[in-house]
Design a protein around this ligand. Sequence first.
Ligand code: CP
Length: 302
Amino acid sequence: MKDLISVNQIGEKEFYRIYEIFKSYKEKYNNGETKLSDLRGYSILLPFFENSTRTRTSFELAGKILGADTINISSSSSSVKKGETLYDTIKTLEAMRSDFIVMRHSMSGAPFIVAKEVKSRVINAGDGANEHPSQALLDAFTILEKKGKIEGLNILIVGDILHSRVSRSDIKLFSKLGAKVSICGPKTMLPRHLEAFDLDFVYTDLNHAIKDKDVVIFLRIQLERQSKPFFSTLNEYSIKYGLNQTRINLLKDDAIIMHPGPVNRGVELQSELVYGNRSVILQQVENGLFTRMAIYKFLLEN
Ligand code: CP
């Protein structure tokens, strides 16, 4: 396993090994060991052809904490703007002896194609609407921390499933780990071939869907991937599929709320609930750092 492109590559054995490394790094960091040398002498290039705050920053910081040299490359300031192809861009980065290429791209499958072409270890930091494996890992680790298990949990993913790479990776990983995963959203935002997903239930009524769930993950409405309208207005979407003070009372007492971010405040979540007592959004962000440290280390072990 040279690269991390998809959660399909992560079986239970790999998952629990990455979790072990994650816990060890988190413990070290919390005990003040904030400068390590596991990646000293390694270089990490981060070509991000789509915007990012959490993923890019945490992959960069994770590399720096582990002692690697990290370099950011954005499409707006690179020769991509001059018309250079993805293939030539990546071959150029490889020629600079990159050990890791952490890439985000709008095209589904782009990191898979790149990984076949280069000797560098390639990490998929999100490809179109396809996959976001490091997000699925950090989500799973956050659930494990809060609930002590994943097997047997009722997990609901709400919103723009159709355009969400997070939902694709989360569904595959959580169901592989024994959770019962359901989705809820407007019919227009549910993928066509639902039989391809390992789902417990598909809901269109959120009030009904959230009642017995242990974990509810709200997804961002991805307006940038919508070439046509999928609902009448954001206000109507929010009324039907957003979390508000009334709806939160329908949740189980110990249910947690997650969101991969960035949040459209007042659409997926009422503003006061974003960092409310049910929300673990900031724990997700914090765990993103240690998850990405663990991914680097895991790929080196391999
Ligand atoms: N969750 C996530 O991928 O966020 P960013 O787009 O900010 O990286």
